[in-house]
Design a protein around this ligand. Structure first.
Ligand code: HMH
Length: 200
């Protein structure tokens, strides 16, 4: 599976997820702190769900994909600590009720638990690649958000996303299943930005 080709097949939708108005506002500084805080509390929930998904994926991974998934799991645990530090700094309640977009994305992850490994891995790559591209679009970010943008655009994160792409390239997901599920992942990403942007 050539994952780069996938981006080209879904380019229009992909750009709505990676060039969202919220990201432009992160870049130019126009983003309301409340919208950012909503995103942060909800993304904390999402990362927690992603950690569970990825742990289960590691449990059924073929030998070649174990290291990248295990490394990613450790990074996600650290990610949760990073959110917790930021929440203290910004006085954000991380126990906020999950919004529909967050619940919906969690349900999609639960469905991917039942998908064949090649498809689930390819979707994990898409989840992370979307995020890398989105934050790269917002770079360097206005002063208030610069540290957050840097966090999501580090060379380490980019290398991880590349390593997921290599692992996905070594699997053979069913093309029809990819074409059916990739738009669902990208839609979930767009809905996640919309949620914070439209109703902070
Ligand atoms: C919504 N997508 C969303 N949040 C994230 N933290 C990532 C992807 C990357 O882990």
């Amino acid at each position: 599976m050539d994952v780069v080709q996938l981006l080209q097949r879904h380019a229009g939708q992909w750009s709505r997820a990676t060039r969202h108005p919220l990201l432009l506002a992160v870049r130019d500084g126009g983003l309301a702190p409340a919208a950012f805080d909503t995103w942060l509390a909800q993304d904390y929930r999402f990362v927690d769900a992603l950690l569970g998904f990825q742990a289960r994926l590691l449990g059924r991974a073929p030998r070649h994909a174990q290291a990248v998934l295990a490394g990613g799991l450790v990074a996600l645990v650290e990610e949760l600590s990073w959110f917790e530090r930021l929440a203290v700094e910004r006085d954000i309640d991380l126990t906020a009720t999950p919004r529909p977009a967050t619940v919906g994305y969690g349900q999609l992850l639960n469905e991917l638990d039942k998908a064949q490994f090649p498809l689930a891995l390819t979707m994990l790559w898409a989840i992370e690649r979307t995020y890398l591209d989105a934050w790269s679009f917002a770079a360097p970010g206005a002063a208030a958000y610069r540290a957050v943008v840097e966090h999501w655009t580090t060379p380490g994160f980019a290398a991880y996303v590349d390593a997921l792409a290599v692992a996905a390239t070594h699997t053979q997901p069913d093309q029809a299943a990819v074409d059916q599920n990739l738009p669902r992942v990208i839609d979930a990403e767009i809905a996640f930005w919309d949620m914070a942007w439209e109703s902070p």
